[in-house]
Every structure is written in C-alpha cells, then in structure tokens.
Design a protein around this ligand. Structure first.
Ligand code: NAD
Ligand code: MG
Length: 384
C-alpha cells in the first residue's frame, strides 16, 4: 500500500491520477490533495477520497474549503507554505508533482529533503534546476519516477538495462496542431487553434507549449537530468500518431521503444505502481487501426522555441531557468491575447540574451533568475 500526495489534484494529470487510485484501492491510499484555485473540485475530491489533508494555494479561498469540509476528518490548509509542509507529512510515501510551472520547484525540493519518493509530472522543476534537484535526490536516496509519457517510455525501456550504457535516446514529438505550417502561417494562428491538440487532452499551458514545440524543448532538458545524459545523446523525431512514446538506443546499436495509445493514465499508473505493472482496462492498441506510423525531422527554423531550448541547454547554468520563466510569462500573455504566437519566441530569445548568466547557480540564484526573467518578459510584452 503506497500513500500518495498529489500536488495539483484538480488538473489534467491530477484528476487522471485520482482515476488510477480509485481503480486500485488495494495499492494506493490518498493522503494529500492540493489545488491552486478550483476550490469546488478540491472539495468534491476531498469528500470522495477522504484524504488526511487538503491545501488550497489561494488563501482567499480557505474559508470556503474549510466550511465545506467541516464535518469531515480532514485537515484544511491554505497558502504556498502549506504546500511545502504537507509533502513532509509522515504518512506520505510518494509525492506526485502534478502542478504546473516553476511553482512546483520548492515543494518538490522539500519533498525530496523529507525522503519522499517523487512521481514527477512537473517537468518545469527539472528544466529550471535539474542539477540541483537530481543532486538532492541522490543525496537523500530518493527516486524520481517520470510521469511524462516520453520519459516514462524511456524508463520502461531501461528496465533490466541499468548496467548497460545508453548510446542515445530518441524523444518522439507529435508536432502539435501546427505541424507543417510556415512562419507566415504561424504569425496568424489563434489561441483557439493552439488549444486544440490532435492527440492529447491537457492543461492550457502544456497545450500551448506543445503547439510551439517548447514542450519538446522542456522535455529534452528534463531527459538530460532524469537519465544523466550528455546533450548530444538526445534526439527528437516527429511522430504524428503518438503511438511510439520514445526510444532508447544502446551501445550495440539495438533500439528499444515503448508503444501504446496516447493515454496519460498509463505512465501515471506506471510511476505510482513501480515496480509493479498493475492491471488496467485502458483501451488496447491495435496495429490494424494504425497501418502507418510515420516519422519526420522537427522544423527548428519555423518552431524556434525548440531551438532556443537546445541553445539554453547547451549554455547550461541558469539559462534553462531563464528560458522557462520567459516562456511561462509569454504563454500566459498569449492565453490573454496580449502577444501573437511567434512573439512568444521573441520574448524568450530576448530574455536569454539579456538576463545575467550564472554558470553554477545556487537555489537562491534560481529564485532571483526566475524573478528577473519574469520582470523582463513582462516589460517586453507590455510594449507589444
Ligand atoms: P493543469 O493546468 O491541468 O493543472 C495544474 C494543477 O496545478 C491544478 O490542479 C492547479 O490547481 C495546480 N496549480 C497551478 N498553479 C499552481 C500554483 N501556483 N500553486 C499551486 N498549485 C497550482 O496542468 P496539467 O496539464 O495537469 O499539467 C501539470 C504538469 O504536468 C505540468 O508541469 C505539465 O507540463 C505536466 N504534464 C502534463 C501532461 C498532461 O497530459 N496534462 C503530460 C505530461 C506532463
Ligand atoms: Mg510529454
């Protein structure tokens, strides 16, 4: 029986994780759930799953949640500090980081320092501070289990191979809704078009990142830290059907891949249940439904965000932190119709050029870099 805390239980990953827990009551117990502002759903989840503690990050919603759960045997907290303390609770074995963005960094660090196993969906944490976070995981003897489908695929391919060096990994990318578009066409795309992903239903931020290929850029950096790879060992291939979730090539030239229908419940369940593969009734893949699996080069000239991510990884230090902060600000501006699709890349590129470079950042350096990159990105956006 694993006792689970879910940071971000009201989101796309969070709600699917709850489905997995509900379907496997003999394997999992829900200890903690947290949300940013969806108090109604958080309350509903607490009534159904009866966790030990709930946290609503927005403090102005505290009373609403507390009053609704008055009759229940559940502790109710509010605020970002509470997010960091609930992950340390003695009754928690594993923390699923399913919140979005930089806000996941601090609670993830606190969970690692408390010796909790991590099921990591929040890729931004490893993009911002991969060296620090993976170093801490080693120091505290904590495993980080990937939830991102590509990284889960790689992790599954590595089972039984941990003594064999990796030659390279190949991350697959769907290419998003704008695959094949020209720069001129991308200048015209709307928020509504960008929010329609062909294969996956996800939160708004990652859906925009998928349309701009920034998601793949973040995943490249995430993979570097998760699997301890050199930059040149990571390749991206566009595979529009999203059936092959990623591949590993070993030193004898052999390649292993993991396949399945695009359904995040599978990687979530694998991370929560590891080393067990739990039975599921998820729809099964059939080759006859997909007579053609196809592959193409990513278009790095048109989708500049992916190139910017490679550049940031190459420079290292706090560059990926700058990339992430500028991207978070640019995406939320795009979602408010304040910048165009291509202007997001301009904002990120400018922040990478202007925010001071730090080769070996401390935690405090990441905090100040994030702040400065956000300030600069917001200033640029206000001029559009
Ligand atoms: P989402 O927007 O659907 O949900 C985000 C969750 O985080 C919500 O519960 C929200 O309340 C909470 N949250 C947001 N901001 C917060 C803050 N500042 N403080 C506290 N809580 C906050 O997002 P999602 O699509 O579920 O993605 C979550 C993470 O998982 C992201 O890092 C994303 O990149 C990653 N991921 C998602 C998918 C997917 O299929 N959705 C796939 C792979 C990786
Ligand atoms: Mg992914």
């Amino acid at each position: 029986m694993k006792r689970i805390a879910i940071l971000g239980s009201t989101g796309s990953i969070g709600t699917q994780a709850l489905d997995v827990i509900k379907a496997n009551p003999e394997n999992f117990e829900l200890e903690v759930i947290t949300a940013h502002s969806n108090a109604n759903l958080l309350i509903q989840q607490a009534l159904e799953f009866k966790p030990n503690a709930v946290v609503i990050a927005r403090e102005d919603l505290y009373e609403q949640v507390r009053d609704a759960l008055q009759q229940e045997d559940v502790k109710v907290y509010a605020g970002t500090n509470a997010l960091c303390s609930v992950v340390e609770m003695g009754t928690v074995d594993m923390v699923l980081t399913a919140m979005v963005g930089y806000a996941g960094l601090q609670p993830t660090i606190r969970a690692i320092k408390a010796g909790k196993q991590i099921a990591l969906a929040n890729k931004e944490t490893l993009v911002v501070a991969g060296q620090l976070v993976t170093g801490l995981a080693k120091e505290y003897g904590v495993n980080i289990y990937p939830v991102d489908s590509e990284h889960s695929a790689i992790f599954q391919c590595l089972a039984g191979e941990f003594h064999n060096p990796i030659e390279k990994i190949i991350l697959t990318a769907s290419g998003g809704p704008f695959r094949g578009r020209t720069t001129e066409e991308l200048a015209q795309v709307t928020k509504a078009q960008a929010l329609k992903h062909p294969n996956w239903e996800m939160g708004a931020k990652i859906t925009i990142d998928s349309a701009s290929l920034m998601n793949k850029g973040l995943e490249v950096i995430e993979a570097k830290w998760l699997f301890g790879l050199r930059n040149e060992q990571i390749e991206v291939v566009v595979h529009p059907q999203s059936i092959i979730h990623s591949l590993v090539q070993f030193e004898d030239g052999s390649i292993k891949a993991q396949l399945g229908l695009p359904d995040m419940k599978l990687p979530i369940q694998y991370a929560l249940g590891y080393p067990q593969r739990l039975k599921s009734d998820f729809p099964r893949f059939s080759f006859m439904d997909y007579p053609q699996l196809t592959f193409e080069q990513p278009d790095l000239k048109t989708f500049q965000n992916l190139q910017l991510a490679f550049n940031a990884m190459e420079k290292g230090g706090n560059m990926p932190c700058i990339l992430n902060a500028a991207n978070e600000v640019a995406v939320s501006a795009f979602l408010r119709d304040e910048v165009g699709f291509l202007q997001m890349s301009d904002v990120i590129e400018s922040c990478l050029a202007k925010v001071a470079y730090i080769a070996n950042p401390s935690y405090e350096d990441y905090v100040s870099t994030d702040k400065e990159a956000r300030r600069r990105a917001a200033e640029l956006i206000s001029k559009y």
